[in-house]
Design a protein around this ligand. Structure first.
Ligand code: UGA
Ligand code: MN
Length: 274
């Protein structure tokens, strides 16, 4: 099955560098369709050009974040959710496009949300296939085998070295997280993938920009799956060492998350609402 990767992106100094790095990761992944959604009132020449030269299968979309929802100069980065309208636009396109595709395999696929600034190892995409040794090595974080929603650890997130679902008897029983474990799905965007079938069967499922901070992922997953149904990858989410996705931060964000602007000194984001 094809992996549809939805990436929100916005203009800033590092944008071209980030997208170059990401596109060159994705070049290593077979059957990947990159859906790039610019946070912009129009498609920019920079992204248009980069995609055209990328060698990837892609769809280029744009959807500006409404002005009152957009971070303003000087705002701390956690103040408003980011990439919401863009991910929803990606989902809208995907649902429409898949409906228009003839044939029985238009429901086959996996949807993954990859921010433009994170670091993704090939291990999260790969399928088992090249023998037992490779199977052991990668055994695996393979999102391609997702039936409903698959999950795995994410490094360097939420002020922690890693966050992960905690698995017992093959089921996720709770989450190791530094931030509000009581959230329905206390996971980073980079830590899960959803089967296309499930996305298509739930046409109303989307990201809620009004969700309280940290509840964005939950707002989407809540209608789709229960904790009991999550499919743990990466050897039951235990293989943090071989994992696979890092929520790599710029220094500014890192300082903020360490408590700089929060002033709490705990390394966790302050809580607003909800
Ligand atoms: C964390 C999570 O990793 C995100 O998946 C989640 O959307 C975000 O928190 C949130 O709670 O809203 P973080 O690293 O803090 O992400 O956010 P960014 O990396 O700054 O933004 C996430 C994505 O949205 C990126 O792909 C970025 O390019 C895009 N973005 C950001 C926009 O499209 N427009 C913006 O104005 C800012
Ligand atoms: Mn980020």
């Amino acid at each position: 099955p094809t992996i549809f990767v939805i990436t929100p992106t916005y203009a800033r100094l590092v944008q071209k560098a980030e997208l170059t790095r990401l596109s060159q990761t994705f070049l290593h992944v077979p059957l990947l369709h990159w859906i790039v959604v610019e946070d912009s009132p129009h498609k920019t020449p920079l992204v248009t050009d980069l995609l055209a030269k990328s060698g990837l299968t892609y769809t280029h979309l744009h959807m500006p974040t409404a002005k009152d929802r957009k971070l303003q100069e000087g705002d701390p980065s956690w103040l408003k959710p980011r990439g919401v309208e863009q991910r929803n636009e990606g989902l809208r396109w995907l649902r429409e496009d898949r409906r228009a595709q003839p044939g029985g395999d238009n429901q086959q696929g996996v949807v993954y949300f990859a921010d433009d600034d994170n670091t993704y190892s090939l291990q999260i995409f790969e399928e088992v296939g090249v023998g037992v040794f490779v199977y052991m090595m990668l055994s695996a974080v393979q999102m391609r085998s997702t039936q409903r929603v698959s999950v795995w650890p994410v490094g360097l997130v939420g002020g922690m070295k890693y966050e992960r679902p905690v698995v017992e008897g093959g089921k996720v029983i709770r989450f190791h997280t530094g931030w509000r474990p009581s959230r329905p799905f206390p996971m980073d965007m980079a830590g899960f993938a959803v089967s296309l079938k499930l996305v298509l069967a739930n046409p109303e499922a989307c990201f809620d920009g009004d969700a309280p901070m940290g509840f964005l992922e939950s707002s989407f997953l809540q209608g789709l799956v229960t904790m009991d149904e999550l499919e743990p990858k990466a050897d039951n989410c235990s293989k943090v060492r071989v994992c696979a996705v890092w929520h790599t931060l710029d220094r500014e964000t890192e300082d903020e998350e360490r408590g700089g602007s929060a002033g709490s000194g705990t390394g966790f984001r302050p809580c607003s609402g909800g």
